[in-house]
Design a binder for this molecule. Structure first.
Ligand SMILES: C[S@@+](CC[C@H](N)C(=O)[O-])C[C@H]1O[C@@H](n2cnc3c(N)ncnc32)[C@H](O)[C@@H]1O
Length: 357
């Protein structure tokens, strides 16, 4: 059936706008990329107050004939909420660019900086698989990453120490903000627990923060050998090399932060069953703590859901994983033999879910 829009309808112009908007969405990403690569947030931050565009151009190590490019870059980034214009002179005649909460996260050396995440996302290793998605749809491989490089992402990271380091750093940066919120606001989650295993815990940034905040809690990080090799534990933090599909150390609780979205439903059920073997019964305090997205949480709003859907496609392209709706999560839990679950906390786009054996 033909679409109910006549050829002379103004609706046609609207949908044309929508298509142009999508064609050019990568320009939002690229503007963010180049503003951070040029160090614009750092320069404004160092200046300590709103900067005129001329001052910004003067401070940038660029060919000054390209000043118009800086104006235009700032224009789109102000429009997107990364910078704001503030008056510099009393009569409002001179305006300067200033940081917003979002651009504060782009300052290179700030502890919560997302600078390294942005860098990693535009690395050729992260960009190349996007050119192979159509091919992946037609072949038998598990992800477009595998179609591009011939091996899965985590195998690639185990063979390329630079990629391993960059990915682990990206995870550390992602986890820093979340771990502060988790430990500040959700203390009761860990209160009466005696032992915890962070499965796929990376270099242990979250487990270390929990171990420091709860000195009587014995924490273990389980991850692949190339990730935890050489890492030193503490009095109440131990690193274990292993494979979550094979075995998980015993503990009161198992935590899976950003693990299950890397895997297919079948693999998730396998891991969840392994987790169940590692923990005591619900009555004895056993639980699995999952930190992952639940697509379509009402609070997330249009942009939040869109970001979750971006992640979903990204998981498909890189690792044969997916983001899940509450219904899909529920099915995984019950298929793996768990009896109940509770969504305990919203952590931005992600949720903390307790799952009980
Ligand atoms: C998306 S990262 C999450 C890291 C960490 N939980 C965080 O959120 O910062 C996935 C982690 O799972 C680990 N991983 C992948 N396959 C694994 C396996 N079979 N056994 C144990 N860990 C695995 C990876 O090495 C990586 O550290």
């Amino acid at each position: 059936m033909a679409l109910p829009i006549g050829e002379q309808s103004p609706e046609l112009l609207k949908v044309q706008d929508l298509i142009w908007n999508h064609i050019y969405r990568f320009i939002s990403s690229m503007s963010l990329r180049y503003a951070t690569e040029l160090g614009i947030p750092d320069i404004i931050h160092r200046h300590g107050k709103p900067m005129t565009l001329q001052q910004l151009v003067d401070a940038l190590p660029i060919n000054k004939a390209k000043a118009h490019g800086v104006y235009r870059l700032m224009w789109i980034l102000i429009h997107s909420g990364f910078f704001i214009e503030e008056k510099i002179s009393e009569d409002n005649a001179v305006m300067g660019c200033w940081l917003t909460p979002a651009s504060r996260l782009l300052i290179k050396d700030e502890s919560f900086s997302m600078f390294q995440i942005i860098q990693a996302c535009y690395d050729p290793i992260a960009l190349k698989p996007w050119d192979h998605v159509k091919e992946w749809f037609e072949n038998d491989e598990s992800s477009a990453f595998e179609t591009t490089f011939g091996i899965t992402y985590f195998d690639y990271a185990s063979r390329d120490s630079k990629e391993n380091e960059s990915f682990n750093e990206l995870m550390v940066k992602d986890t820093q903000i979340l771990s502060n919120v988790l430990i500040g606001d959700c203390k009761k989650i860990f209160n009466r627990m005696k032992s915890l295993v962070d499965v796929g815990g990376g270099v242990g940034i979250l487990a270390k923060a929990i171990a420091d905040a709860f000195p009587d809690l014995q924490c273990t990080v389980l991850d692949l050998p190339h990730v935890v090799a050489g890492l030193q534990g503490t009095k109440n933090l131990t690193y274990v090399r292993g494979n979550m599909f094979e075995s998980i150390p015993k503990a009161d609780a198992v935590m899976l932060k950003w693990i299950l979205h890397d895997s297919s439903d079948e693999d998730c059920v396998t891991v969840l069953k392994k987790c169940k073997e590692a923990i005591p019964s619900k009555d004895n305090g056993g639980k699995v703590i999952i930190i992952d997205m639940i697509i379509g949480n009402k609070k997330d709003g249009h942009r939040g859901i869109e970001t979750q859907l971006f992640y979903d496609i990204s998981m498909m392209v890189f690792v044969n994983g997916k983001e899940r709706t509450q219904k899909e999560w529920e099915k995984l839990f019950f298929d793996a033999g768990y009896t109940s679950y509770k969504i305990v906390y919203e952590l931005g786009l992600r949720s903390l879910i307790d799952v009980y054996p």
